[in-house]
Structures are given as C-alpha cells and as structure tokens.
Design a protein around this ligand. Structure first.
Ligand code: PBG
Length: 332
C-alpha cells in the first residue's frame, strides 16, 4: 500500500508540465460533432430564443459556417431540418422527398465539403403534424411497425443523397435492423448507423423542440411510450445490445451530463464507439449561466471533458465551434 508521506499526490499536481503529462483524458476539436438546424429558402437566419447563441439558417448561410467548423477540426455535423408547417402531415411524407430540405442540403454539403461527415437524423418528428416521432394507427397509438416502413424510406433517401452516417433517433423497436437490411439491399454497404440506442424521455429537449418547431405541434404531449424512462439503466444495456446485434456501428447515449453513469456503463459493457449528446436544455442552461457570469468558460470545457472521462468517443454539442476555437488557443 502506498501511503503518506512517501506518496504525496500533490507532487505531480504542483506544476503545469507534470499536470499535462499525467492528464488521463484529452479533449480536442476532433472529439466534437456540431448539431445544426437548416431552414428552407435562402438568405435566412433566425435566432432561437431558448438557445442563446444558436441560430437556424438557410443552407446558403450555413455553408460558410460549416466550412469554418471543418477548418477548426470538427469532423462531422448532425443535420436537423426545420420543416414548414405546410410540409407536415400525419404520415410525414416530406421526410423522404428527393427534393426535400434534407436531401437537397445533404447533396450540397457533400458536393461542397466532401470531407465533412454528415450525420443525418432519421426520425419523423420534424415532419409530423402532431410532432411525435411515429405514425399513429387507427387506435391513435404511435404504431411501431408503420413507423419502421416510413423510417426505411427516409433512411434510403438520405443515404442516396450522400449522408455517410444515418442516426435513427426515435427509439422505435427494430429500426436498426430494418434500416441495415435496406441499406445492404440497395448497395449502401458502407453507410454507417449511429444508433440513438439509449435515449431517455427527458425534459431537457425543450429548446430543441422550439428550434425545429415541433413544440407547437406536440403541445406538451409525452414521448414516454417510445423513449426510455429516466429511472432505468438495465434497460439501456438491453437497448444497446439489440442495436449492436441489428447492425449499429456506433451507439449514442442521450441526454449527456445527467446520464454519465449510463454512458460509462454502456461503454464498458460493449467497448464499441459510443457518443454522448449534450442536449439543448443542457446547452441553454450552461450558455445562460455563462451569459449571466454565474459560471466561466472553463465550466463549459469541463462539461465536455466530463463526457470523455465517462467514456465518450465523441460528443454532440451546440458548443462545438466555440469549444474548438477555445481548444485551438489552449489545448487540453
Ligand atoms: C427527435 C430528436 C430530439 C432531439 C434530437 N432528435 C428531441 C426529441 O426527442 O423530442 C433532441 C436534441 C436536443 O435536445 O438537443 N427525434
């Protein structure tokens, strides 16, 4: 047993050089994925009042921002569409329209920034008139298998448009297997699936729903019949195992900071690439704290580092470009 005073843990902490040498976890731009919201049309830029510092933009204005993110070393973006009310409906058909907002955006980004990873969210909620992630059956329930058929069409549409990664995010049962089989059949054998394997029915998604405009549609309705109960962790392991068996390449745990225990468990159990999502509610709390000078910039970097320490291979964060700049000036 090592003991005091032979062992003084403060010795290596005394100076910056040795703190650097013994640091167990690193964070850099290469760990970050930037979630962005794309608006239809051109020359449009809108602030999101519940997400200070985040804007929704039409693709023409978004492109230079994406180019800048790539220059900062951010490997990939997660793309979310802001769909016009006239394109929303009960069966979400705009989700797989070849000339739709997602497909056209993906094609342009692939063409102009061929090296940037595009993670396309595969879920129906931006497209449904009721704001749920699934299609309702005659009984008014969110129907799992009807939804799978729609997700398959959406996934193929985005793969066809050039998304290298598809991210099914709705927690329907069997969606990874269904999409993986379709991708194989249609020759998209290298299209990656990042499964939102462990996604909780969380109260931290509010600002995102404002951003994509699904909050007005949802009217406070719950997603608890498909997203996970925040009380559960055993179930997280089952979800992750099933998605890996069905053909997921990467797993995600979401939300982030309140679920670091789950992230740690999933990473250790399966030892596969595991991403964490610092979601909109987490972002906004931190951003407001910073704005009000209740916390400092270091707290934001610390929040991102915590994901790495808990086992994340990459982190989705609305702070990505900001953090990449900070880390370029002052590497961790
Ligand atoms: C829905 C989706 C959500 C988020 C990403 N995809 C919200 C929800 O489930 O209602 C949340 C992201 C965030 O809060 O930042 N498919």
């Amino acid at each position: 047993m090592r003991k005091f005073p032979q062992t003084r843990l403060r010795r290596t902490r005394m100076q910056a050089f040795s703190r650097n040498l013994v640091r167990e976890t690193r964070l850099s731009a290469a760990d970050l994925i930037w979630p962005v919201f794309v608006l239809p049309g051109s020359n449009k830029r809108e602030a999101i009042s519940s997400m200070p510092g985040v804007e929704r933009m039409s693709l023409d204005l978004l492109m230079p921002e994406l180019a800048q993110a790539q220059r900062l070393g951010i490997p990939a973006i997660a793309l979310f569409p802001v769909v016009e009310a006239s394109d929303k409906g009960p069966t979400a058909e705009a989700a797989w329209h070849d000339q739709g907002l997602m497909a056209t955006s993906i094609r342009t980004i692939r063409q102009q920034l061929p090296e940037l990873g595009i993670i396309a969210d595969v879920a129906l909620d931006p497209y449904t008139s009721h704001g749920q992630d699934g299609i309702l059956n005659e009984a008014g329930e969110i129907d799992n298998d009807l939804t799978l058929t729609a997700l398959g069409k959406q996934a193929l549409c985005y793969a066809q448009a050039g998304a290298q990664v598809l991210a099914p995010s709705d927690m329907m049962d069997g969606r990874i297997g269904h999409i993986r089989a379709l991708l194989e059949q249609h020759g998209f054998i290298n299209c990656q699936l990042l499964s939102y394997a462990v996604k909780y029915a969380s109260a931290f998604y509010g600002p995102f729903r404002d951003a994509v405009g699904s909050a007005g549609q949802l009217k406070g309705a719950s997603k608890a019949s498909y997203q996970m109960d925040p009380a559960n962790t055993q179930e997280a392991i089952q979800e992750a195992r099933l998605d890996l068996e069905e053909g997921a390449d990467m797993l995600m745990v979401k939300p982030g900071m309140p679920y670091l225990d789950v992230l740690w468990r999933v990473k250790n159990q399966f030892q596969v690439p595991t991403f964490a999502y610092q979601v909109s509610g987490e972002y906004s709390m931190l951003a407001l704290g910073l704005e009000q000078q209740i916390i400092t910039e270091a707290a934001i970097i610390e929040s991102l580092l915590a994901f790495k320490r808990a086992g994340a291979d990459a982190i989705l964060s609305y702070f990505a470009p900001w953090a990449a700049k900070k880390l370029a000036d002052k590497p961790l």
